[in-house]
Design a protein around this ligand. Structure first.
Ligand code: NI
Length: 156
């Protein structure tokens, strides 16, 4: 894995902090608890889910970096979304947790030597993945939900 790919991936991951904030600012308050379509969570719920996901990613990164071929569980995002009362927790609190946690993860990843990116773990449902796979997965996950947030902005 060339160095350039690593720093590029980390730069893209870091940009999500601003991109997410921008997307959120574009959503009027009254749309925060409205679904843009029946199969998409409300922006408020998406924020809660992003924090849930960052917690899971944070755990997986650390397992892979610190342990030999660790196993880690998946989580049922639908059930988490239904039972963790996201709608009762202020959006600003979610953002204030997500941002520094993401920053901490990026800082940690930047400190890793190139070889660490080949380290592997075993995801309960997805199977073997390298550290790079997990980080790319974080980025893809950000982009996916960012699109949903942007759609909320324009939905009448
Ligand atoms: Ni998701």
């Amino acid at each position: 894995m060339p160095n350039r790919n690593i720093s590029e991936t980390l730069d893209n991951l870091a940009k999500m902090n601003g991109a997410l904030e921008e997307a959120l600012h574009a959503i009027p308050n009254e749309k925060m608890k409205i679904q843009s379509s029946p199969d998409v969570w409300t922006p408020h719920q998406i924020l809660g889910h992003l924090v849930d996901a960052e917690i899971a990613f944070s755990f997986r990164l650390r397992k892979i970096i610190a342990e030999e071929n660790p196993f880690y569980p998946s989580f049922d995002e639908e059930r988490w979304g239904e039972t963790l009362r996201h709608e009762a927790i202020p959006v600003l609190l979610f953002v204030s947790v997500w941002k520094p946690l993401r920053e901490l993860n990026i800082q940690l990843l930047r400190l890793m030597p190139v070889l660490a990116w080949e380290r592997q773990g075993v995801h309960e449902t997805n199977g073997s993945q390298t550290l790079m796979d997990v980080v790319r997965g974080m980025l893809a996950h950000d982009i996916y939900h960012l699109k949903q947030l942007k759609a909320s902005d324009t939905t009448a």
